[in-house]
Structure formats: structure tokens, C-alpha cells
Design a protein around this ligand. Structure first.
Ligand SMILES: Nc1ncnc2c1ncn2[C@@H]1O[C@H](COP(=O)(O)OP(=O)(O)OP(=O)(O)O)[C@@H](O)[C@H]1O
Ligand SMILES: [Mg+2]
Length: 173
């Protein structure tokens, strides 16, 4: 088992199944950095994960205008950031971002995480999503330390890739 997982999802439904596997694999306090262009599926992933944790998926919208949303009804508390409209890392710190990132219980999802990369804990799970067609998306999941590596290993076990097209599924390195 390597330090990354790559696959292509062919539908929102397959992406949702990935979200379920991630929800089953998360550890308290983990930070998940989400990168990918507009409409890649960052918010959709947070919606899937939060709903499988037991929160109300209707609460999960792109927090582009509010910067931060909290979902506290599930198995683990979730903080959902969208840094798209943040000027810089200082603004992220000003809205209390670091308190959530450092909290040992709260799972943090950060859309456009590359914009605040200096503030991310070194050990975080990074998920890159790219368009591969109208309803297909290429996913790359990378671990950067011991906690995120444990989550990635569990994710590898939980995520059923048997229905992904040949040549698309599979674990890299
Ligand atoms: N295979 C797929 N996986 C994920 N989303 C998909 C897939 N196919 C189609 N979609 C659609 O792509 C869109 C993804 O939108 P979403 O708001 O999650 O993107 P985003 O990355 O958060 O964008 P933004 O940067 O604007 O916040 C949704 O409308 C979703 O239904
Ligand atoms: Mg979004």
C-alpha cells in the first residue's frame, strides 16, 4: 500500500460511494485539503461525507459566501471551509481557521486548500479532483504523515472499486 490512491469516478453516484468510504475511514481531528477547479466536486464530496457521518446533507452548500460552515450532528464534528474568496492566510486565521484545524475532534475540509497551504497542518489528507468528462472526475488522494496515512490505508480497504472501468481503478505505487 503506497501513499496515494488514484481512480476515475464515472458518475456522481460513484463519487458518493467514495465519500461514504471516506466517512467510514476518517479519524477525529483530520484535515482534508480539497483542490480542484470550479465544479470539480469538492462541495459534493463534503456533502457525501457529512451525510454518511450522520449530518443533514441539505445543510452542506458551497460556503463560498460564508467561508465556514459547521456540521455537528454526525459521528464527528465537521468544519467546512471555502477559501476561494479569502484574500490571504491572515484572513483565514482571522476567522479562527487555525482553531478548527488544530482541534483534536473536528474533521476539517478546506476547499481551495492550496490558497492557505501555509496554515495547513503538515499531516493532512490531500484530495485533488479534476474534470475527466461531463460526469467523470479524476481523483488523487495523497497522505502526508502518519495520521493521514492511516486514513488512506483504511480508505483503500473501504472503497469498493470493483465497478470502476478497467484501467481506471486501482492503487498507485
Ligand atoms: N462524477 C462526479 N463526481 C462529482 N460531481 C459530479 C460528477 N459528475 C457530475 N458532477 C457534478 O459536478 C458538480 C460539482 O459541483 P461542486 O459544487 O461539488 O464543485 P466544487 O468543486 O465545490 O466547485 P466550487 O469551486 O465552485 O466550489 C455537481 O453539480 C455534481 O452534480
Ligand atoms: Mg464548492
Amino acid at each position: 500500500m503506497g501513499e496515494s490512491l488514484r481512480f476515475v469516478s464515472q458518475s456522481l453516484e460513484q463519487s458518493d460511494r467514495f465519500g461514504r468510504a471516506l466517512a467510514q475511514s476518517l479519524l477525529p481531528g483530520l484535515t482534508v485539503a480539497l483542490n480542484g477547479e470550479l465544479g470539480a466536486g469538492k462541495t459534493a464530496l463534503v456533502r457525501s461525507v457529512s451525510s454518511y457521518l450522520g449530518a443533514d446533507p441539505d445543510q452542506v452548500n458551497s460556503p463560498t459566501f460564508v467561508l465556514l460552515q459547521l456540521y455537528v450532528d454526525g459521528r464527528l464534528p465537521v468544519a467546512h471551509f471555502d477559501t476561494y474568496r479569502l484574500g490571504d492566510v491572515d484572513e483565514f486565521l482571522a476567522i479562527g481557521g487555525e482553531d478548527y484545524l488544530l482541534d483534536e475532534e473536528t474533521v476539517c475540509f478546506v476547499e481551495w486548500a492550496e490558497r492557505i497551504s501555509d496554515a495547513l497542518p503538515p499531516d493532512h489528507l490531500q484530495i485533488r479532483i479534476a474534470h475527466a468528462g461531463e460526469s467523470s472526475r479524476r481523483y488523487e488522494v495523497l497522505a502526508a504523515g502518519p495520521q493521514s496515512r492511516r486514513v488512506l490505508q483504511e480508505l483503500d480497504r473501504q472503497f469498493d472499486r470493483s465497478d470502476l472501468s478497467p484501467g481506471f481503478g486501482g492503487t498507485a505505487n
